[in-house]
Each structure stands twice: as C-alpha cells, then as structure tokens.
Write a protein that binds this ligand. Structure first.
Ligand code: GLN
Length: 227
C-alpha cells in the first residue's frame, strides 16, 4: 500500500533558484496536500549523496551562468541515477538553467562552455543577438500556458526523432528564436524555459501531480515487495 508521504528531490535548491522556481515545488506541495499527501523536499546540494530511486519527483530550477558553472562540476556524480530515473519514465521538471544542463553543453556569452550531463540530445549556445526576456504563451498537450522567460542560452535539439517540444509558441521565444517551440517533453521529463513559476498554470501542475502519484504508488509498492 502506498503511504501518504511524497518525496521530492530538489537539485541544488540553494544555488539554482535565482528566478523563483521554488514556486513550482510550492504549488505541487499545495495540490498534493489537497489530496491528503504530505511532501518532503530534500535539497540535494554540493557533495550530497543522491539516489533518484528514493524519490517520487525530481526538480531542477534555473540559475545564472556562475551558479550553473559551480553546479555543473558537482552534477556528473549523479548522471547515472538521473539518466535511469528519466529513462524509466519517472517525473522530473527542469527549468531553464536546469534544463540546459540535461543536454551536452551550454556555451555562455563569455565564451565558456559548461558541460551538461548529456542525458538528452540537445545543446545550448549564446548567439550575439539577444537575451530572450519577457512574457511567453504557448500551447501544450494540457492546454495553453502563460509564463515568463529570461535566458541568453538558445537551445537546439540534436535528435528531433527522439525529442519533442513541450509547447508550440504563441508569444515569446522559448527554446530559441527560430523554432517557435518551448522546452522539451521526453517521457515524463519536462524541460522548460518558463519561470513565473511555470506551475501557476494549474493544467500543467495537475498533470504533473498525476505523474507523481503514479510514481509514488509504483515506488512504494516495489519497496513493500522487496522487504
Ligand atoms: N544562465 C542561463 C541563461 O542565461 C539560464 C538562465 C535561467 O535559468 N533563467 O541562459
């Protein structure tokens, strides 16, 4: 029987929250509480141990280039556990800087290349023309989303058979100025440039809550079986 405690891993909460993305976790906590669940949020930071198998949801927020550089040095220790977690279809939400770090690299405006985890075939580059900042609006499989973006990195998919966008742009830039696409949906992993926070869009938040509850049931049933 599934218990009533949802476990959330918040990757580098102390470093990757420049843009208020912790609001996403607060919305999920609120919606889960309405369904009778408590939520435990663990900040997984520099040098911490982390096993994604222990969690029902993994969250990775946005950050500035400097913090991304610091985080990118610690992150490879967790590549294996995050990759298996995503490929098994478990729910994860990565916003902006966190999303960029799931790809192969992010080349910043100062010419530094920050290595990503290379779990998903995408890369991010700075191109001298613009910082993408402002309101966004796009259509997802769960309906329209309204949010805010603030990034200089432009993200491109390297394997368009494998990767699909999270949304089709109506207003704003999203992944880059050319493709008119926002973020990424790969299995139950969502990558997005949306701050605001994203999950004030309750249509998306409810869909993620469903994913979390399915994962929770599966995880806690497996735990019981293996006792
Ligand atoms: N530092 C990255 C960029 O500017 C990500 C910014 C963010 O997370 N909002 O592209």
């Amino acid at each position: 029987m599934a218990d009533k405690l949802i476990k959330v891993a918040y990757l580098y909460e102390d470093l990757m929250n420049t843009y208020g993305d912790s609001g996403d976790v607060k919305v999920l906590k609120f919606l889960l509480a309405k369904k009778g669940y408590d939520t435990q949020v663990d900040n997984i930071s520099l040098d911490d141990e982390f096993d994604a198998n222990d969690y029902d949801f993994v969250f990775f927020g946005g950050g500035q280039d400097f913090e991304q550089t610091v985080v990118a040095k610690d992150l490879p220790r967790h590549k294996d556990t995050i990759e298996k977690y995503i490929n098994a279809g478990n729910p994860m939400l990565c916003i902006c800087g966190g999303y960029q770090l799931m790809g192969s690299y992010y080349k910043t405006n100062s010419g530094v290349t920050i290595k990503g985890l290379d779990i998903l075939p995408l890369h991010t580059v700075f191109k001298a023309d613009k910082r993408m900042i402002g309101d966004t609006r796009y259509m997802t499989e769960w309906g329209e989303v309204k949010a805010f973006e603030n990034h200089s990195g432009q993200t491109y998919f390297d394997d368009t058979d494998k990767l699909h966008p999270f949304g089709e742009m109506i207003e704003g830039y999203g992944n880059n100025p050319q493709d008119k696409q926002e973020g990424l949906r790969y299995k139950n992993m969502i990558g997005s440039y949306s701050h605001g926070p994203l999950l004030k869009n309750v249509n998306v938040a409810n869909a993620i809550v469903e994913m979390i509850l399915n994962r929770h049931e599966e995880r806690t049933n497996n735990e019981v079986e293996s006792v």
